[in-house]
Structures are given as C-alpha cells and as structure tokens.
Design a protein around this ligand. Structure first.
Ligand SMILES: Cc1ncc(COP(=O)(O)O)c(C=O)c1O
Length: 424
C-alpha cells in the first residue's frame, strides 16, 4: 500500500489532467458529480489518439510496415488491458463496442449451455447489461432463470445466491460493484464458494468497480469479466476478459473467414483504432499515477504498477466517502434518505457512489435544482439497475458519484447546495 502522505498530497493535483474538471467544452464552469455514468477523460486519452491513433493504418497485417505497426499497436493495447486486470496473456482480452454489446455477444456464444433442465442466476444488484443478455438468450433456449435478491440493507444476499446453486447451474452473472448504491461485492470469496458448489461459469460485470479498486481476474477466479473504457477515464470501448481453456459449448457470432481462436473469435469486423488509442492513453495515465505512488520501485512490471495506482485510488476515495457520510449525517432533515452502506466502519465495502432521495421531490426536479442553483450535475433515473427497478420498485433515484479527481471541496460545494435546496 502506498504511503498515505504521498496519496493525499498527490491526488488534488491530478485533476489538472482532466480538462473537463473545471469547465465544459464551451468553457462554462460546472461541477460534474456523475462519474458513474461516465468518467471525465484524461488529457493523455486525446493525446494518444492524436499522436498514435490518427496515423494508424485501419487494417493490421504482417507484411507492410503500416500494417505491422497497427498489429503491434493493437497487441500493445491488449497487453495493457491484460496487465490492468492481472490476466495472463493479451489474447485473453477482446474489444467490443461496449460492455453491454460484449455481454450480449457472450450470451449468444454460450447459448448451447442454456438447455431446459439447466438454470442460470442473475442478481438484483446488477446493471441490466449483465441481466438482459442472460434473460433474453436464456429464455429463447428454455433455461430456468433464477434471481438473487438483496438483503434488507441492500447488500447482495450471498446466502440466497449460494442456496440457489445446484449441479444444473450453468452460469452465474454477478457485478463487482453496484453503479447505484456503490456496494462492492466480495468477489474472490463468493466466486470460490460458487465454484465449490456448482459447475457454473461465472461472468463478472466490473464496469463500476474498475475505476475504484484493483481487479485481479486470476485472484477472483471468474471465467469472464467485462468493463468499459469510458468509465476509466478513456473513450467508449468494451473490454472482455475470457479465461483461457474454456472452449466447450462456445460458438460466437462468426464471419466464415474470421480466425477461430481467441481473442479474434470474439471480435466482429475491424477494430476501432481510435478508441484503442484513447484507451491506451487512459491506461498510461494510470501507470503514471502508479509510478508516482511507488517511491523507489517505479521500474516494477506494469501489472504491479497498475495495482498500486488502483490501491492508491481506493484509499483516497475511501476517505472521500467518509467525508461524504460525515457531512450527510449533519443534515438533520427527515426528508433526506441515503440508500446503501452508510456506516463509516464499512467504508471498505463501498465506492464513492451515493443513491439518495428527498421525500416529496421528484428526482428529475432535484437534478434540475442542482443545475439551476449550483451548476452541479448529478444523476436521476433508474440507472439501468435492477436494484431500483426490481427490488425497490422505484422509477427513479438521485445519484452522486465521485472519482479520484474529486476532493472534499467538490463535496462542500455539493452539500452547500443541498442544504440550500432543503431549506428553501
Ligand atoms: C455497472 C454497469 N454495468 C454495465 C454498464 C454498461 O456499460 P456500457 O455502457 O459499456 O455498455 C454500466 C454503464 O453505466 C454500468 O454502470
């Protein structure tokens, strides 16, 4: 773990790397507290698009220099993503339009597993990107679909999950962290229990976890894991990790002439080089951050440096979350409600993502008030999340979601505005 002193002196300076932090693209000042819907882009994302992406030959190849350059570039980006996730080889990473597209693709590829008599599990803590693909293809194929509920305090009910497993469970789709409540799922322990009790493949949606904590696919023991570039300070691109050696029953969409081995079997059509360049820029920024907090060991392998960067981010953001909870508790309004983990003692089980509500005020109205009174962007809506739609049966909630470029000053601005709204 990096020294707390380094972290707390470094982090407030990092926001200079995010041109959108202070103002929007027209130069208008505003405070963006909606990183859960898509983070701000780091400067090196656009930098690498210009310096490397724009000059790439569209087609990779082995004979001419420009085609070779594209092939090597794509391989480098796969390697960076593999290092970010702790995967063994770049071939374990495939590129997609988005996480949702990657998971629909995967569900289609696994369709032969979903036979009548078999079952699969989806959870109420998930985003629908990790529910609808399984329910849609599963229903076509006649597999039984089981839903895992949340506890009364809105944690994933792991006893309910484990009790629904049996020898006919072919797949469990779980999230790494909720994009509404911020709740983190203890993946390593849970996946190990799932694997002891059933032959199920485990698919993890790590979209909300990826910007907030280190991920290690081999430690987790999952079979597939997806996340998105635009949540980790880069552009829109979906990334899918596939554990090597899973071949049985996998038939992806395929153009007749496409290569059959991973990662190429997962990818349809030409790769989006500009997106990959932006992703490279974002990941290189995280490496820089990791080196900055790795005093004396900045030449360590990329995997280790990514891990340090993400540990430092986690540590810094836990402090931000504590500050959020402290200020929240000071507002003595019976109308204001926070959903999810609110105890400082359990701060390690959440990301800085907060779902809240003011009784009697429509979430869309509260969002509008924050904009009109404070030029602050928060979220409203169902966030494509089953916790809102299925478990709470609400049509909308407000959400404030932070990233490591935010600080206590962002929260002071938010809470001053919130207090003003509640008073008036
Ligand atoms: C937890 C979670 N999963 C999946 C997605 C969908 O990702 P994408 O937009 O890349 O399809 C999101 C998007 O907000 C998300 O927050």
């Amino acid at each position: 773990m990096p020294e707390p002193d380094i972290i707390f002196s470094l982090f407030p300076k990092l926001r200079r790397r995010f041109p959108g932090f202070y103002a929007d693209s027209r130069g208008e000042k505003r405070l963006y507290l909606n990183s859960g819907a898509g983070s701000l882009m780091v400067d090196s994302c656009l930098g690498v698009i210009n310096s490397e992406g724009a000059g790439l030959n569209p087609m990779p190849g082995q004979i001419t220099q420009p085609e070779n350059q594209t092939r090597e570039f794509q391989q480098q980006v796969r390697q960076l993503v593999a290092d970010f996730l702790g995967a063994g080889r770049p071939e374990e990473i495939s590129f997609h339009f988005s996480t949702t597209a990657a998971l629909f693709n995967l569900a289609f590829a696994l369709r032969s597993l979903f036979k009548p008599g078999k079952n699969l599990l989806v959870t109420n803590l998930d985003h629908f990107a990790n529910i609808s693909p399984w329910e849609t293809i599963g229903a076509w194929q006649g597999v039984e679909i089981r839903r895992v509920r949340l506890t009364r305090d809105l944690l994933l009910d792991s006893s309910d999950l484990l009790s629904q497993l049996d020898h006919d469970t072919v797949l469990v789709a779980i999230t790494g962290a909720s994009n509404v409540l911020g709740t983190i799922v203890p993946l390593t322990d849970l996946v190990s229990e799932i694997k002891q009790r059933s032959p199920a493949l485990v698919v993890v949606d790590a979209v909300h976890l990826a910007p907030h904590a280190p991920i290690d696919v081999r430690e987790i023991g999952c079979d597939f894991l997806a996340f998105s570039g635009y949540k980790i300070f880069g552009p829109m691109v979906g990334l899918l990790y596939s554990r090597p050696g899973i071949n049985e029953g996998i038939v992806p969409y395929r153009v007749e002439t496409n290569r059959v081995e991973p990662p190429y079997c997962w990818e349809q059509g030409m790769l989006p080089n500009l997106q990959l360049a932006g992703l490279k820029g974002a990941l290189e920024y995280l490496l820089e951050l990791g080196r900055a907090v790795s005093s004396g060991d900045s030449l360590a392998p990329a995997r280790k440096i990514f891990r340090r960067a993400m540990e430092a981010i986690r540590h810094y953001e836990q402090d931000l979350s504590l500050y959020f909870l402290e200020r929240f508790k000071k507002i003595a309004s019976p109308r204001l409600k926070l959903y999810g983990i609110d105890s400082p003692g359990r701060i390690t089980s959440r990301t800085p993502t907060f779902a809240l509500e003011i009784a009697g005020l429509a979430p869309s109205d509260l969002k509008r008030m924050f904009w009109e009174k404070g030029r602050i962007i928060i979220a409203d809506g169902n966030h494509y999340s089953a916790v809102v739609v299925r478990q709470m049966q609400k049509t909308a909630l407000n959400r404030v979601s932070l990233a490591h470029y935010d600080g206590p000053d962002s929260l002071d601005q938010f809470f001053d505005c919130l207090e003003h709204i509640i008073k008036h």
